[in-house]
Design a protein around this ligand. Structure first.
Ligand code: SAM
Length: 471
């Protein structure tokens, strides 16, 4: 029944195949010869299959696990250099008709403050985000055809893109809304979105149905096949994710990789990003009632293995994770992080007003400036670049660039130029001093001399406030 090319959820995420995979992984978890050969294969940057990956996840040999961490960092550097893309979530509305048992927005929660931003309020939120220095947002909304119809989402995207405050601009809007129709995905594409993100929550069908007892999200197949509809609707870049803690992590990990393999097999391009959220405390939600929580150690291993097995994908860590955890996993292949996030509706412009509309507690409370500063102290370049999708580098065009390791001549200079903008417009004195040094040093890491020269000229333009929004 397992068929990665099938468009049916239960065939490309075949339960029996996952069970067989876990059995195979258990049988081989001490097979060091096999494990070493898999690590050698991974080092060739071609990725690993869900079966191979599951063996590495089951492996408990410390030396091999440390090799996985080192390899993940190396692969990330080979494909993406030392850039880390920055973004923030923007919650538009927490009205929701679903019954997801882990989410405070579930329909039965009568005491959470329900809120939907007006276009005027969105403007205030976006200005607050621009004033921090953000250029890339992920918009979030509950599923509610009456309160949050697609027209509302489209109007909001238009509003977000239209706001130019001081030197600020949101240049890429990624969208995390419930599974929808091909027609609606087409509309999102026309509205100029970046990535369409939808977390699977769990790949385990039986658990999925229990965890989503009511509402449209109950339909496992409709949810799991959403990325195929998104791609049919013309969206090239899709973002996968599992909500770790709901089901056995080894099951989820195999399912996630099978989903990535399916997208590659059917559409010729795998996931643009993979997110690894873990359940957090929230209004009406106690994460401890879910039995499958994972330790920080396992979490780190999962991050490293996603990088090793799907080397070309962007990997996202949100502020669900603490500074301490982010400090660790940033070295395991992460390529995008959020900073200074609020998970409440209206929380950027008015913290008090939105206090009771939060989706979950964030664990990293640092300002964007502090996160940027921290990254640079760890020798990572914070990038506010959004050029790719506006230059048509989406889907397989982006992936080809990435797989051919051409990113260093393209994204690296863009990262430096957008960092320069950030330093001039928003950074503290200390961050600015570190950043200027970093730019000077990192200019030398642009391999092509001509590109390096152009980058230098643009940096002078930015310094002289001659800006255009290329990035
Ligand atoms: N309503 C949309 C949907 O159904 O996909 C939008 C997603 S919601 C705003 C964003 C994500 O937050 C969810 O997909 C879920 O994985 C995650 N989430 C929900 N409750 C959470 C919690 N208590 N802790 C951490 N993440 C949570």
């Amino acid at each position: 029944m397992y068929n990665p090319k099938s468009l049916k959820a239960e065939e490309f995420i075949d339960h029996n195949e996952i069970m067989e995979t876990l059995k195979y992984a258990d049988e081989n978890k001490d097979n060091l010869e096999l494990i070493d050969s898999l690590l050698d294969k991974a080092a060739q940057l071609k990725g690993l299959t869900h079966r191979e990956a599951s063996v590495l996840l089951a492996c408990e040999d410390e030396e091999r696990i440390n090799k996985m961490f080192a390899l993940a960092e190396q692969i990330k550097k080979d494909f993406y250099g030392n850039r880390i893309v920055m973004f923030a979530p923007l919650y538009l509305s927490n009205y929701c008709v679903n019954g997801c048992v882990y989410c405070p927005y579930h329909i039965k929660n009568k005491h959470i403050c329900r809120k939907k931003l007006t276009q005027e309020e969105i403007k205030r939120e976006v200005i607050a985000l621009q004033d921090m220095g953000h250029k890339r947002l992920a918009i979030e909304a509950g599923e509610d055809p009456v309160n949050n119809p697609i027209e509302y989402i489209l109007e909001s995207i238009k509003t977000i893109y239209s706001i130019k405050h001081k030197n600020g601009a949101i240049r890429r809007v990624n969208v995390n809304i419930a599974a929808t129709t091909v027609e609606n995905y087409r509309k999102l594409k026309e509205a100029g979105i970046g990535t369409y993100i939808l977390f699977q929550e769990t790949y385990h069908k039986e658990s999925y149905e229990k965890l989503h007892p009511t509402g449209p999200k109950h339909n496992y197949a409709y949810h799991t096949e959403a990325m195929d509809r998104a791609m049919e609707g013309g969206i090239d870049d899709v973002g996968l994710g599992v909500l770790f803690g709901l089901e056995l992590y080894r099951y989820e990990f195999a399912g996630l990789l099978m989903h990535a393999e399916h997208l590659e097999a059917v559409h010729g391009v795998g996931p643009h990003t993979i997110s690894v959220p873990r359940i957090k405390r929230a209004d009406d939600i106690d994460p401890d009632v879910f039995d499958n929580g994972i330790s920080d150690e396992i979490f780190g291993k999962i991050c490293a293995l996603i990088r090793i097995c799907v080397p070309y994908t962007g990997m996202i860590i949100s502020t669900r994770e603490s500074e301490e955890v982010r400090n660790k996993v940033i070295h395991y292949g992460v390529s995008q992080i959020s900073g200074a996030s609020k998970t409440s509706v209206g929380g950027y412009a008015d913290e008090d007003e939105a206090e009771n509309s939060e989706q979950f507690d964030v664990s990293d409370h640092r300002t964007l400036d502090e996160v940027v500063n921290w990254l640079m102290r760890n020798d990572y370049i914070p990038s506010f670049c959004t050029a790719c999708y506006r230059e048509g580098r989406t889907g397989d065009r982006f992936m080809t660039l990435c797989k051919n390791r051409q990113i260093q001549n393209c994204c690296h200079p863009n990262a430096l130029m957008t960092l320069k903008e950030y330093l001039m417009d928003y950074a503290s004195d200390d961050t600015k001093a570190i950043g200027e040094k970093m730019i000077e040093k990192e200019l030398n890491n642009i391999p092509n001399e001509k590109v390096r020269q152009i980058c230098k000229e643009h940096l002078v333009d930015i310094e002289n406030n001659k800006r255009d929004f290329r990035f």
